[in-house]
Design a binder for this molecule. Structure first.
Ligand code: CA
Ligand code: CA
Length: 586
């Protein structure tokens, strides 16, 4: 017989056991799947695998946000201050962020004190196309997992920052790198690769998150064999898209690009990964007549096998480097009493697409920027109706064969929207899209593939369309296609967006401000200058009954490197590297 006292003791022991089991088990698949609803932590990129970047927290709202203030700042230090595109994650009182040059930091969220720092020793020959950035870590178990500029996945012990496993994903000498935040789905860590500007073969790869053992590999260029690993043995798992080179010319599919460089999202309802793919290589489209699958597309991928279940190509035969990598965000809406399982994506090419996320079918599409010249619109299947006059000319048709005719194309190749993630609020039913209004001169030149060399066959210069703004944060109704409000910004926007149940939308700008907007009207409710340009994505969470907002500040990314006339506009923006954390006063 157990006495009352003993019973209490045993209950306490059980509770302690349960607690220690929870603590030592670390982040589970369930934690990741529930991330959006559990406000005390942020354990995934996108604040939930769907990538909605929405929080149900309401303490900080349109009434109270004016009173938030920084509680700590954290410097990423050193000479390695370049674009800081990381989204923080927070678990058990610790924040994990990445910094430029493949660094990871663990920070005490109460004090802002550094707990550890990991610095990947990068070789000299890395080939990032667009600044030495990184977009954040994945958490699983006791591991902090991220991708490096020399195309490795590294898993660190969350307590010590010491390497637990490290895997070479691809050969950096061929132009591969990793900049995306990985995601973890059903115990597998899943990553894409960058390198479309070097004629790599795009791939999505899955690894056992605990051990780093490879699980499957899915090339994203039609014609390449996929693989699955069974009991450690590599087994062929079907050619991507069937026959090699069906939608390509000659052997160009062998260096076809289509790099899924922004990583992916996942929806458990339909059990699919959603990855976007970059440009077909080279940029000069006259060298590769055909649709060039699966470049500039969105893919629905089976998380267990890597099989491509559906594809939707936003820019077939891309001739403008519009890529097609932008995030696919799952959301549901009601139509005629029926729930539509949709997904939305805002493409570099200037069109916003709503797809059926079960099968990739096109539901609707509409422009989300003011000026699109390369296409006259979309047909009933969502395929662009090209304006052939705006395809850069064929150098082979020019007098000396060295330069095709120049065209003025809008949007510019940096896109109506680039990597910076939008947010979706289920309260307003709106997407909050960080967009840019710019155009480019673009022309083609002859080129040939050479391993590890830039493979563009194009030249370009970007400029603003309007004198007083390039960036436009837009609230867009995905069902009607209507713009509900807009907020103009002088510099091009390059940072992510966050929506909250406090009727707020948060975003940073290159001028350095963290800003909060009324989600319904777009009215600016708060701004704070963080001292350097913001190209990172804000997050929010709560702790001890208080709501916190965090964001990285640190100007950089592709705009200063590739922005042409626009680069001149932003040349006086100062670099930096800080995390800022805000809350309401007690
Ligand atoms: Ca959470
Ligand atoms: Ca590209």
């Amino acid at each position: 017989m157990i006495s009352a006292g003993n019973k209490l003791k045993s209950v306490a022991a059980l509770v302690a056991l349960a607690l220690s089991a929870t603590v030592s088990a670390g982040v589970s698949d369930k934690d990741i799947l529930n991330d959006q609803a559990t406000t005390h932590d942020v354990v995934s990129n996108g604040m939930g695998l769907k990538g909605q970047r929405y929080s149900p927290l309401t303490h900080i709202n349109t009434e109270t946000v004016k009173d938030i203030r920084p509680v700590w700042g954290f410097s990423l230090g050193g000479e390695k201050q370049r674009g800081q595109e990381s989204q923080p994650v927070i678990k058990d009182g610790v924040m994990y962020i990445t910094g430029s040059y493949s660094r990871v930091f663990a920070i005490d969220v109460m004090t802002g004190d550094e707990l550890w720092q990991y610095d990947a020793r990068l070789p000299d020959g890395i080939m990032p196309c667009c600044d030495v950035i990184n977009r954040g870590v994945a958490l699983f178990g006791d591991l902090v997992i991220f991708g490096t500029l020399d195309a490795k996945l590294v898993a660190l012990n969350k307590k010590t920052g010491k390497t637990v496993w490290k895997k070479k994903v691809e050969d950096y000498k061929a132009g591969y790198s990793i900049t995306a935040a990985p995601i973890v789905v059903k115990g597998k860590v899943i990553t894409g690769v960058s390198g479309g500007e070097f004629g790599v073969v795009g791939k999505v790869r899955a690894y056992d998150a605990k051990t780093g053992q490879i699980a499957w590999e899915r090339p994203t260029v039609e014609g390449h064999m996929g693989y699955i690993w069974k009991n450690g043995k590599k087994v062929e798992n079907g050619i991507s898209g069937g026959e090699p080179g069906k939608t390509w010319t000659g052997d160009l599919w062998k260096s076809g690009g289509a790099a899924p460089w922004l990583g992916g999202t996942y929806d458990p309802e339909v059990d699919l990964l959603f990855f976007g793919t970059g440009n077909p290589a080279p940029w000069n489209s006259h060298l590769r007549p055909g649709d060039n699958l699966f470049s500039s597309s969105r893919l629905g991928i089976d998380p267990d096998t890597g099989k491509i279940k559906w594809h939707f190509q936003t820019t077939p035969h891309d001739g403008w480097d519009y890529d097609g990598v932008n995030e696919v965000v799952a959301f549901n809406y009601k139509s005629g009493g029926k729930t539509i399982k949709a997904a939305a994506t805002a493409d570099r090419n200037g069109f916003f697409y709503v797809l059926n996320r079960e099968n990739g079918d096109f539901i609707r599409g509409f422009p989300f920027v003011d000026k699109i010249t390369w296409a006259k619109g979309l047909d009933k299947n969502g395929r662009p109706i090209y304006n052939e006059a705006i395809r850069p000319g064929n150098p082979a048709a020019s007098k000396d064969g060295k330069k095709g005719s120049t065209v003025v194309a809008a949007p510019s190749f940096l896109g109506g929207k680039n990597w910076m993630p939008m947010a979706y609020s289920k309260d307003t039913g709106l997407f909050y899209v960080p967009s840019n209004e710019w155009e480019m001169d673009i022309w083609n030149e002859p080129t040939a593939y050479k391993k590890g060399a830039a493979y563009l066959g194009a030249g370009f210069t970007i400029r603003s369309i309007n004198d007083d703004y390039i960036g436009v944060l837009k609230a867009i109704d995905p069902v009607s296609g209507k713009e509900v409000w807009r907020h103009k910004n002088y510099a091009p926007l390059w940072g992510g967006v966050l929506a909250t149940a406090g009727n707020l939308v948060f975003m940073g700008n290159p001028e350095g401000y963290l800003m909060a907007f009324d989600a319904k009207t777009g009215e600016v409710k708060y701004k704070f200058n963080t001292g350097s340009g913001i190209v990172g994505s804000p997050v929010t969470w709560d702790m001890n009954g208080e709501q916190y907002i965090s964001i990285l500040s640190g100007w950089g990314g592709a705009v200063p490197l590739w922005g042409g006339e626009v680069a001149k506009r932003v040349k006086d923006f100062n670099q930096g590297g800080m995390v800022w954390t805000f809350k309401l006063p007690k």
